[in-house]
Design a protein around this ligand. Structure first.
Ligand code: R5P
Length: 316
């Protein structure tokens, strides 16, 4: 017998398609709620059904407009708490501000921690998320955090291509662990780019490639594509070093500043494989972009959290 009463899933306005797909996986209807803004830009939320003692999962990736979506989510959590939900799980497929996770310059914030505090203060009792930029962000919370990974999903897709002579390339040291995981899954060697961020202006510079890449097919791995700058400098460096073709695997497709257009313009880059942790807007739809859904992954995790079953077993 699950420890909480009926499972209910609700969506904020960031990514209702994903929440519906999660509900389809679970075989339940999406919960009814009204989420809207008054003329004065104040957000309002009302659950349209009884959630007293229910096991409530609220779904909201922190997509554009990021600050609005975060605020709306906090208000949803508050409404659920005041409606006497039995337990509130914040399902955050993409956790924005994750790159602001340390004080690495004087007089800067640690916004990833601030958001964690806000979520907990609002009333979140658990967090379910996917591929945090840095796993240590889990420790910013004093409530349980289940971090899923889309790596097996991406690896399965790329593995089916049976690429000849592949090498998995991490765009920077931070991506190396993830890339090693994918390399192991598809039986390929690993190479790592030495990347340097230039100031705070979304600019990167690739300095070196560590590992053998010449005459190989590169499968480039990163957790997120934002402006595409890191990838473009990776792609250019790999081109110069004689890679024959390239694929990109990435969980979170933020795609600011027409990133998709800029990326797919590169001839040797055959395909950009992303997931739907963020809404798949028109700017992301391109013949070279493949979108894999994380809905079954999140749906299965929700089923397991509700039933008190192991999440780790999903990845064994
Ligand atoms: C940074 O450390 C991340 O892993 C990504 O490489 C970064 O977020 C990508 O950003 P952009 O596409 O703007 O280079």
């Amino acid at each position: 017998m699950p420890p909480f009463e009926e499972l209910r899933v609700f969506t904020g306005s960031a990514h209702p398609d994903l929440a519906k797909a999660i509900c389809d996986y679970l075989g339940i209807p999406l919960g009814q709620s009204h989420v809207f803004k008054f003329a004065n830009d104040n957000t309002f939320v009302q659950f349209q059904e009884n959630i007293r003692q229910r096991d409530v999962f609220l779904v909201q990736p922190f997509s554009y407009p990021v600050n609005d979506n975060i605020m709306e989510f906090l208000i949803m959590i508050d409404a659920a708490k005041r409606a006497s939900a039995g337990r509130i799980t914040a399902v955050i497929p993409y956790y924005a501000y994750a790159r602001t996770d340390k004080k690495d310059q004087p007089r800067v914030p640690i916004t990833a921690r601030l958001i964690a505090d806000l979520l907990t203060t609002a009333g979140a009792e658990r967090v379910l998320t996917v591929d945090l930029h840095a796993g240590q962000i889990q420790g910013f919370f004093n409530i349980p955090v289940d971090e899923l990974t889309a790596l097996p999903l991406l690896a399965r897709y790329v593995g089916q291509k049976e690429l000849l002579n592949p090498v998995v390339v991490a765009v920077d040291f931070g991506a190396a662990k993830r890339a090693r995981g994918l390399a192991a899954r598809i039986g390929a060697p690993l190479a790592i780019m030495e990347k340097r961020r230039v100031g705070n202006a979304d600019q990167t510079e690739t300095l070196n490639v560590i590992g053998e890449v010449e005459s190989k097919i590169a499968v480039i791995v990163d957790d997120e594509i934002d402006t595409g700058g890191s990838l473009i400098s990776t792609v250019t460096a790999l081109e110069e070093r004689g890679v024959t073709e390239m694929y990109v695997c990435c969980t979170h497709a933020v795609f600011s500043n027409k990133a998709a257009e800029r990326l797919t313009a590169t001839n040797l880059l055959r395909e950009v494989i992303i997931t739907d942790t963020l809404p798949v807007s028109d700017g992301k739809r391109h013949p070279k972009v493949t979108v894999l859904s994380v809905a079954p992954l999140l749906g299965e995790a929700i089923h397991r959290i509700h039933g008190g079953l192991s999440i780790g077993a999903m990845f064994e």
